[in-house]
Design a protein. Structure first.
Length: 196
């Protein structure tokens, strides 16, 4: 363990005792009462609070249970980072793309918002495979010889080497999810077994 890690640990442990005393006093508990609730001797609790005894899980878990607080409140654990994905949108050809996956390569997931203006289809081709799921609005998909309109809950799956284009029908904006595999990866959908 390097010196800075050791210093950080010592600092956190040094703050545990005063925190234990503060939490106990906020709850109006005495050392004797806490000892009865936890099975830890009064002298051990006193030494923990004064910093003369190093805290351990065997001591902290029953104290946390008795005070009905999470263990991290006793040790002053840093707050957990924000789990939300904060993707920066990309604007391209009347579409706004929000990347939903962060790993490079493999399948990539996007939420796409297409503006309501009707555009003339301009089919393109490229390597890959795409799966589109319409969340809201009506999506026009031109795929090879097909000119389709998909509504909410409908899905299209296609090889992107086939000339394709998608956009709004002109009736309003369209929201959809896209799973795209640049190397031609395909979705694997498992069907529910038939009931007998």
């Amino acid at each position: 363990m390097n010196d800075s890690t050791s210093d950080d640990t010592d600092e956190v442990l040094a703050e545990v005792g005063p925190r234990l005393r503060r939490i106990r006093k906020e709850r109006g508990a005495t050392l004797a009462g806490l000892s009865a609730a936890t099975g830890i001797s009064v002298s051990t609790l006193s030494r923990l609070e004064s910093g003369l005894r190093r805290p351990s899980l065997e001591l902290l878990l029953p104290i946390a249970r008795a005070h009905q607080v999470p263990l991290d409140e006793l040790v002053g654990a840093p707050p957990v980072g924000d789990p939300r994905v904060r993707a920066k949108p990309l604007e391209r050809g009347g579409h706004t793309f929000w990347p939903l996956s962060r790993q490079p390569g493999g399948l990539q997931a996007y939420k796409i918002l297409t503006s309501p203006g009707r555009r003339e289809p301009d089919p393109r081709t490229h390597e890959g495979y795409e799966w589109l799921y319409v969340l809201s609005g009506r999506l026009r998909l031109v795929l090879g010889e097909h000119d389709l309109v998909l509504g909410p809950g409908e899905v299209a799956e296609f090889d992107t080497r086939v000339p394709h284009w998608f956009g709004s029908t002109g009736e309003g904006p369209v929201e959809c999810l896209s799973l795209f595999g640049a190397q031609g990866e395909r979705m694997h959908v498992r069907a529910r077994p038939k009931r007998s």
